[in-house]
Design a protein around this ligand. Structure first.
Ligand code: ADP
Length: 160
């Protein structure tokens, strides 16, 4: 059984994340999307909202599940019986941080390997912080987040 975790903040999930989820779910038997419950980051969406949006956009992918976690990624992966961590790489600026993190994780948990998927060029520029920035000023978000959750994302900015 090949099981992978795809961790991140997903605040909110973007089309770039969804592309990584789709592609990596085809490589493994089970993909667990792990939403990091990181209170120090002061997220726009609550963990429950982020999990719900991810569940909605992945409901057609039968081997994908979504849950939240806090603490160390290696502990989360161990608890879930995952051998693989999936991460997306956009630009060279992602690389240094990602390399350092994957090497640290391997020191702590040598049986855990990180697989990097390069972003689809359509989403190479895209990040959740871009979405939050454009959304804050009332911009059109339809090119950035999955259509299914567009209403919820607009609603959040409307409430703010
Ligand atoms: P973090 O808060 O750790 O940066 P994110 O939630 O932003 O995590 O992203 C989770 C993962 O998805 C990271 O590996 C990140 O590089 C990747 N990712 C984010 N946006 C994109 C994108 N547009 N294309 C490909 N991968 C992406």
């Amino acid at each position: 059984m090949r099981r992978a975790v795809y961790p991140g903040s997903f605040d909110p999930v973007t089309l770039g994340h969804l592309d990584i989820i789709r592609r990596s779910s085809q490589m493994v038997d089970e993909l667990i999307v792990g939403v990091l419950n990181n209170s120090s980051k002061n997220p726009l969406f609550s963990v429950a909202e982020r999990v719900k949006m991810l569940e909605e956009v992945t409901c057609g992918l039968s081997n994908v599940t979504v849950c939240s976690f806090d603490g160390l990624l290696v502990d989360f992966a161990r608890q879930r019986g995952a051998q693989i961590v999936i991460r997306g790489l956009r630009a060279i600026t992602d690389f240094e941080y990602e390399l350092q993190m994957s090497q640290t994780n391997r020191i702590m948990c040598p049986e855990l390997d990180t697989i990097f998927l390069t972003t689809d060029l359509r989403y190479a520029y895209l990040s959740s912080s871009t979405v939050r920035e454009v959304g804050r000023y009332g911009g059109d978000l339809s090119a950035f987040v999955p259509e299914r959750i567009l209403g919820q994302v607009y609603q959040k900015f409307h409430e703010k």
